[in-house]
Design a binder for this molecule. Structure first.
Ligand code: NAD
Length: 452
């Protein structure tokens, strides 16, 4: 981090303190005061800052407070819109919650580019999710497999009350498989279950079902006197959902890629672009940054719609390493004069449950998107990932990434340096043709102020 960005209170906030018990028992106001008094040189000022981010409607604030523990304020992040995202012939305006400069602008630019070239074609491949009961069995393997086969139907019957509503929607528990994992861990077996959770991400539903299965399995083996002991280690969904997959692509004749801003012919651009994507398939260092760019877009829509971006990221990165090497999630082909850029990505998303209907802006985001099903949301989110990736790779192989990025970042630097509106406007003009860096902007402002 540039040392100029360090907080004035940073040395003070590093004071060593011992264990403080009972913090969670304090009221919100007490927690806030505690933090301000302990960790800020001007507690009254700090309190004012934290409270200034409280929502003016106390009901909304109460709602936000209840999402998580020890809440003392809200942390605002810009909420922007990518207009004109043409997916399967439908024009979407896509909300994004993201702080990083130029992400929304890049997605908007890429979406506009593809709007006039046929738009994005998206298709959900499958929507199955996975959960596991991990356990140890010290007896004969054969006994375990036989008893499991005999008990499978009983276990399913016992689950009826838990599965009923989801089955009515067309979902539920699709399969349970018993896996022998003793070659990797002594006495370790696993029940691998697959689920269809319709419009919900399904974490809580899946975990409820799995804990029920685990408890039943334990009961079966405890009640009957088999020679061996069964110990449940854990029952939990897997965030790796390779069969909850969506595919998105854009394609056009290479000649149609032509644009003066590329600074090269359409053919040269297509080849250079495809080479850059191939490098991201071959080299994990490049692949990580390439996929980070994809998640710039994906995470922002996932957050804006109240979905779980940690689950989405974890899954995406595992999927990127599915053949044993971490690779690009997107691919590009230039063949017979045709350019095709595509992505396959697993996305376990919900449009009901979780925060999707509880967070006021998540609800609003889903309204803007026309209250999509979870499948439609998978298509939208993957599309923004591909658009973002197109924008980033296009910049990289043409102007370089810093030109656009630092232009957007200029505003952050100016704000940090306390520039006035007039200084900001003048700086925007000056830095149109000059390189933006923290030191350059600082020097520019200082010179401009001295001059006055
Ligand atoms: P949820 O617990 O709010 O449940 C959603 C429920 O909505 C369903 O179980 C169902 O009863 C109901 N429903 C109504 N209409 C439906 C429809 N059309 N399709 C499907 N269900 C419908 O949410 P969830 O989806 O079970 O879990 C998501 C939440 O769990 C997220 O907030 C996530 O952060 C959290 N979580 C994640 C993990 C993880 O990823 N490892 C673990 C635990 C919790």
């Amino acid at each position: 981090m540039n040392e100029n960005y360090q907080s004035e209170n940073s040395s003070d906030s590093k004071k060593s303190i011992g264990l403080i018990p009972g913090f969670s028992k304090l009221t919100k106001e007490e927690k806030l005061k505690f933090i301000c008094e302990r960790f800020h040189q001007t507690p009254k000022e700090a309190e004012k800052i934290l409270k200034s981010f409280w929502h003016e409607d106390s009901e909304v604030q109460k709602n936000l407070d209840e999402f998580s523990e020890n809440t003392i304020s809200n942390f605002p992040v810009p909420y922007g819109i990518v207009p004109n995202v043409l997916i399967n012939g439908q024009n979407y305006f896509v909300p994004m919650a993201i702080e990083e400069s130029s992400v929304v602008a890049a997605a908007a630019k890429a979406s506009k580019f593809w709007f006039t070239r046929g738009g994005f074609k998206a298709k959900v491949v499958n929507t199955l999710k996975v959960g596991q009961v991990h356990f140890k069995w010290s007896g004969e393997k054969e006994t375990l497999f036989n008893v499991f086969e005999e008990s499978k139907e009983i276990i399913r019957d016992e689950l009826t009350p838990v599965l009923e509503s989801m089955e009515k929607r067309g979902g539920g528990l699709k399969d349970i498989e018993l896996l022998d994992k003793t070659d990797v861990e002594e006495n370790y077996f696993q029940l691998k279950a697959t689920f269809e959770t319709c419009d919900a991400m399904g974490a809580n539903f899946i975990n409820t079902v799995l804990e029920n299965i685990g408890a039943q399995l334990k009961c079966i083996f405890d009640d009957l006197s088999y020679d061996g002991e069964l110990e449940i280690i854990m029952a939990i969904l897997s965030n790796y959902t390779p069969d909850c997959l969506v595919n998105v692509e854009v394609s056009c004749p290479v000649a149609d890629l032509a644009e003066p801003s590329l600074g090269m012919s359409a053919e040269e651009f297509a080849e250079k672009f495809a080479t850059a994507v191939r490098i991201a398939c071959i080299d994990p260092y490049r692949a990580t940054t390439h996929n980070k760019g994809i998640f710039n877009g994906i995470d922002a829509v996932v957050i804006a719609t109240g979905n779980d971006f940690r689950a989405i990221e974890a899954c995406g990165h595992s999927y990127a390493a599915r053949d044993g090497q971490y690779r690009s999630l997107s691919k590009c082909e230039v063949e017979n004069g045709y350019f095709t850029f595509s992505i396959d990505i697993p996305l376990a998303l919900g449009t009901v449950g979780g925060l999707t209907t509880l967070h006021p802006l998540a609800k609003f985001s889903l309204d803007i998107l026309g209250r999509p099903s979870s499948k439609e949301l998978m298509e939208i989110v993957a599309t923004i990932g591909l658009a973002q990736n197109f924008g980033a790779v296009r910049s990289l192989v043409t102007t370089g990434i810093q030109k656009g990025h630092m232009k957007m970042h200029l505003m952050n630097i100016l704000n940090h340096l306390g520039a006035t509106d007039e200084e900001r406007e003048d700086a925007k003009i000056y830095f149109k043709d000059n390189i933006v860096s923290f030191s350059e902007v600082k020097k520019y402002l200082s010179d401009a102020r001295d001059y006055q």
